[in-house]
Write a protein that binds this ligand. Sequence first.
Ligand code: ADP
Ligand code: MG
Length: 187
Amino acid sequence: MFIEPNYQSNKSGWIEVVCGSMFSGKTEELIRRLKRARIANMKVEIFKPSIDTRYHSSNIVSHNENTVDAFAVDKASKIIESIGDSEVVGIDEAQFFDHEIVDVCIALANKGKRVIVAGLDMDYLGKPFGPMPDILAIANYVTKLHAVCVRCGGIASYSYRISKVNDQVVLGEKEHYEARCRNCFTY
Ligand code: ADP
Ligand code: MG
């Protein structure tokens, strides 16, 4: 369980990352943290890359249909351009952003904001995904979540692509991907 850092004792901003495979609960966890920040009367803004329109163009939606409003932006620098006076910034599907997202996260934290980033740590081949390795390196707090392996019920860290397409980015859900553990991913 992630314990939120204490705002009173920590006046500077910071960066939290929630990573893991598909279906591991990243968006669910991001929404949980953002809702708690709102309960604490903090101003919250949420961004996602406009490439990800699987469910909704301006919401983030988890696989269990939990949802919050979000701004869809086509590049990382637009986050800085459109940010208001929020104290907490959520970013979902960060693996799809351009590399500038790393500097954007640092700039937001340096301004005193709590930055919560969710994203896939690995692509369907098990390789580090986009800017995520660098975001993980500069984060103050990292949470790695796991899904349930759909073949054996074990702990899944991998997003196995069922469909036979070789592009790194194929948007989709259960028709294209399933969560698998190391053994079932490599078999
Ligand atoms: P992510 O953002 O990491 O893709 P979500 O937060 O959108 O994940 O969805 C997590 C939810 O997905 C779980 O609470 C559960 O209801 C559902 N789910 C579907 N398949 C699986 C699986 N194989 N393992 C775990 N949860 C799954
Ligand atoms: Mg998600």
